[in-house]
Design a binder for this molecule. Structure first.
Ligand code: S3P
Length: 436
């Protein structure tokens, strides 16, 4: 099993453009598969999760060609049906691949089987199976069709109105993608807005959809079935969730200064910046641009003291993937940080509440798991330890950044999982970090 040995750092310095956004790369491939003509994607995230989506798109009949460094050209199926795959579709570790592709597969008259690795086979699928069955898809699978592998016989879908109990972009996107090829108007209402990359990209590919804010902060999307998508040229913005690890390192290591260029700043993703504003952190922004219907910016991060944070409610979906690194920041913040309303963390690539609390405690943190979040006291000096990733990329990277600010050596075990979202991370431990 691959491990990293991390030694204490002096500071972080430099200029850096994060790799392409994972969520947006998945969607570019899927809409490229469904569209007429060719789609050219620049700054494509060539990490395991997105390559799984790409491979499945090829199994369904898309042509894909690598035309340069992180540049792919995809020729879609347009108004043709998808090709029935002759093998099981393997989503690896990727929940986004599984849930978005399930919506696509359910809407065409083909048979397919979707599976994934041990972590993905443990994750809940009822949240997508139930609405897809209501639309008319025939789905079966383990544990009453609630776990992978799932078999899907699709086609002849009718639109539904669906109310998601938790804000989940994967569930919303699954139903919208199925709705693209269903009879009638599909409507998804979520209690608070989850990341809206699917809606933005559907519009960029020529689809029409209506979005509406309802009472008590709920959000609704409506989409007519039978719309045709046109292939596009797009540049994927830098991944804010990958940048978050280096924002944290620069904030925590005295004397740091890091300029992060071309990072996506879609407000449904940047809740970490709001949390940091609560902590009294000042970040400089400039040059807000727009790529593929998504805003991007350059951020300048300097080390500074942190205050305690209170995280809950509508803020949670916009920082859900940043909670592990936010927990590390909170160990160095003055006061008690409380993170609530984040029970979804228990069904991510690992149970992130238990994983981060257990491993940061080994390094001396005062952190308590709660049913739906974490309570963290700071500031607490961290010391090196032997820690585990639980096969979860975001836990592995959080622990590596913790090792940079700890005293003594930290060994992070089981780090191959970082390939799923951020293959460049290990090299950056040398490129961006100065050691004493
Ligand atoms: C994602 C949505 C989120 C997020 C995941 C990526 C997406 O999951 O945690 O990393 O690309 O749609 P949920 O939709 O389950 O909240």
């Amino acid at each position: 099993m691959q491990s990293w040995r991390i030694t204490p750092a002096k500071r972080v310095r430099g200029m850096w453009s994060p790799p392409g956004d994972k969520s947006i790369t998945h969607r570019a491939v899927i809409l490229g598969l469904l569209a007429r003509g060719t789609t050219e994607i620049e700054n494509f995230l060539e990490a395991d999760d997105c390559l799984r989506t790409l491979h499945i798109a090829q199994q369904l009949g898309a042509e894909a060609e690598r035309v340069g460094e992180a540049r792919w050209r995809i020729t879609g199926r347009g108004s043709e049906s998808l090709r029935e795959p002759n093998e099981v579709l393997d989503a690896g570790n990727s929940g986004t691949t599984t849930r978005l592709m399930a919506g696509v597969l359910a809407s065409y008259p083909i048979f397919s089987v979707l599976t994934g690795d041990a972590s993905l086979r443990r994750r809940p699928m009822r949240r997508i199976v139930e609405p897809l069955q209501r639309m008319g898809a025939h789905i079966d699978g383990r544990e009453g069709a609630t776990r992978l592998p799932l078999s899907i016989r699709g086609g002849d879908l009718r639109a539904i109105k669906h109310l998601t109990p938790v804000a989940s972009a994967q569930v919303k996107s699954c139903i919208l993608l199925a709705g693209l090829n269903a009879a009638g108007v599909t409507e998804v209402t979520e209690p608070t807005l989850s990341r809206d990359h699917t809606e933005r990209m559907l519009r960029a590919f020529g689809a029409e959809l209506e979005t509406q804010i309802c009472t008590a902060g709920a959000h609704r999307v409506r989409l007519h079935g039978g719309q045709t998508l046109e292939g596009q040229k797009l540049i994927v913005p830098g991944d804010f969730s990958s940048a978050a690890f280096w924002i944290a390192a620069a904030l925590l290591l005295p004397g740091s200064e890091l300029v992060i260029e071309g990072v996506g700043v879609n407000p449904t993703r940047t809740g970490l910046l709001e949390a940091l504003a609560q902590a009294g952190v000042h970040l400089e922004w400039s040059a807000v641009d727009e790529q593929a219907g998504e805003p991007t910016a350059t951020l300048r991060v300097k080390s500074q003291p942190l205050g305690a944070m209170r995280i809950g409610g509508a803020l949670v979906p916009s920082l859900i993937d940043e909670v592990p690194i936010l927990a590390l920041l909170a160990t160095q913040a003055h006061g008690e940080t409380l993170i609530r309303d984040a029970a979804e963390l228990r069904v991510k690539e690992s149970d992130r509440i238990e994983a981060i609390a257990t491993e940061l405690r080994k390094m001396g943190a005062q952190i308590e798991p709660l049913p739906d979040g974490l309570r963290i006291q700071g500031p607490t000096p961290l010391h090196g330890a032997e820690v585990q990733s639980y096969g979860d990329h975001r836990i592995a990277m959080t622990l590596a950044i913790a090792g940079l600010i700890a005293q003594g050596e930290t060994v992070v075990h089981d780090v191959a999982c970082v390939q799923t979202s951020f293959p460049e991370f290990e090299a950056l431990l040398q490129q961006l970090v100065e050691y004493p």
